[in-house]
Design a protein around this ligand. Sequence first.
Ligand code: GLC
Length: 791
Amino acid sequence: MFGNIKSYNKADNKVFIQYENIMATVEVINPYIINFFVPLHREQRVSKAVENLEVEPCSFDAKEEKNSILITTERLQVRIFDEFKVDIYDEMGRVICEDYRGDRKPAPRRTGDFKLAEEEGHKTAQEQGAEVTIVKKMEEDMFFYGFGEKTGHLNKKGYHYKMWNTDDPSPHVESYEALYKSIPFFIAMKDKKAFGIFFDNTFETHFDMGKENQNYYYFSSVDGNLDYYFIYGPSVKEVVGGYTKLTGRAPLPQLWALGYHQSRWSYSPEESVWELADNFRKRDIPCDVIHFDIDYMDGYRVFTWDKNRFPNPKDFLAKLKEKGFKAVTIIDPGVKKDKGYKIYDEGLEKGYYATDKDGVTYVNRVWPGDSVYPDFANEKVRNWWADNQKIMMDYGVSGIWNDMNEPASFNGPLPMDVMFNNDGIEAQHKEIHNVYGHYMSKATYEGIKKYTGKRPFVITRACYAGTQKYSTVWTGDNQSLWEHLRMSLPMLMNLGLSGMAFCGTDVGGFGHDCTPELLSRWVQVGAFTPLFRNHSAMNTRDQEPWAFDEKTEEINRKYIKLRYKLLPYIYDIMWQVENTGLPVIRPLLLNYQEDGNTYEINDEFLCGDNILVAPIVEQGRKVRTVYLPEGDNWVDYWTKEEFQGGQHIIKEAPLDVCPIYIKAGSVIPNYPPQNYVGEIEVKELTLDIYPPVKGESSSYLHYQDDGESFEYRDGKYNLFEFLLENNNELSISVSTKNDGFNKKYEGLKLHINNVEPSEIVVDGVKVDFDKSEGGIDFVVSLKGEHNIKIK
Ligand code: GLC
């Protein structure tokens, strides 16, 4: 296809390799990230995911060797051959990733009469016409992760996936190749070393991780450029860090967005919302957010309210806010085709909708009936859409839920040649489809930011790589099935590894009827997922936390309250996300890459660095094995029993117990109980402390700011460091690393687990302490530095 190498030259960070048929470019983004590019479709490398690419000036070498060009950075050696075959080695010259040289041989398939089916094997029709295909050699002991929101297990070896944003309402099962999101990124691990590949191509792409043939894996696209990044680790953390350096990191949200969200299709009219809100407060179940599904609108016209059901939305939302409830309203992309409807008329007049190939506004059917599709690929349209957010913000809405933006269509799929204006370049639906939701969320984010000045809360169903900069995501229309609770764990872990740190599922399940037991177990998982929203479809049975019986309600209350207690811990992780890109929900392997036993754990996860959750995800199960990763000790959150890592233990887990383990050496900040974020000003922060193993030390950073504005980016935040050292005695030192936010806590309440001291000395002075729950409690003021000794 490319031919043999004719010549090469190096300029800045790029090496241009002239092949017989085309020129390829290899760009050293930094010593461990390399981009490979061939302009098969368009001359320039234009990315929807990588905005403001930061290329580090770094020294590297390029020279001609026998049959190849060798590029050497501080971390990698990249050999490029004829036909643009690429092999990559580490700094010691050990192979990391090699292109496959043989012929592709799909596994044999048989017709009904046992004849060999076509050679093309299982490949899809589109794929047979793939324009770009990269085939890599599979090693025996490889593991794959990432790919965003996909069904199936944590390790993606042996799966074939398609990236084509798809709204399919039937139950999502393991054989599904595509769902709502397309994140063409994966992490490969071999010999405990990881690298990532980000195939930045918005057309329909395919990833076959050894399904076709176990000797190779490939990625391909029906069109577009050959444009992929190789991101070296060797730690998975470095790969995720590198990928999110390219595509961006989820920004710190407003604190309330981490509270509990209640949704259903739909709470409408107004009275039903009051009943819901009163129930939360009356039943002492915390809740911050109520979601308004499509029935709040006037005939599903976006940016309107149904005045019969909500006669005065502004007053109504203001009253809700007084009670601590923020409103998130759904806004779909489909604009009702309706002369006289302001939004429709305005967009039509300005030519802001996608058209057919002859330039006629394209019409399909969604909730409002015949609808048109804003061309979000066009910056002008995004600005217009951003400005429309003001309508909702003026009503007092706190966040926007973008749905149906694959885009969904009830009257058959949008033809591939529906036309968009991709910021000045004419582009067909087949190129824009996978970034339609991405662009919509970007517009929504920018509008909310412009009109409120606060950190926007956007939730989207469809996305592409990089959408994490603008929006949180939920995993679409799951169902109230145990299988879907089980599947949500690897799905969320892989979304997290794919940059989508702020994500969640519909707790309790969207379609189908939930059961009391399923809801309890799902709430236990939801309490640790960054987006904690219970949502269900119309005509399904009620599934609010109290919808079943008292026992179920009590369990739900317990875990929703636990979530509120852990809010400062989860907020700390979100602050880290903005700086590192590492997710909240983590597969164990992310933190314990040296421990091969963690590579295929589907039913446990870490919430940040310190909490391991091993939920029950099967009906009727009351006991389970838990694997505790090697290298740390783990304390049972409920019984305070301590275990060494590197072993399986058996944990009894009756319905009200979700197995939770805290890493020895942890400091977990806790808030006092409240009905919603900000109900009380937290003057005394509790630190739930789990001493390190004897002879060891550990540290924890706690972050505090106003919880809503962008002022933290100007240094208006506090950062506290807690150092724990367990030698002959346990000592704790408290210091302030940044002192920029003026509403600082006045004091700290320390709860130290599993200690029986005779005295406690704070800054040289003995202080009183109480014994409680297998540990001790005492209070210190938060002025200056402290040195605490537990003797
Ligand atoms: C879609 C969404 C779902 C929503 C429904 C009605 O199915 O995925 O969450 O409730 O549309 O708006």
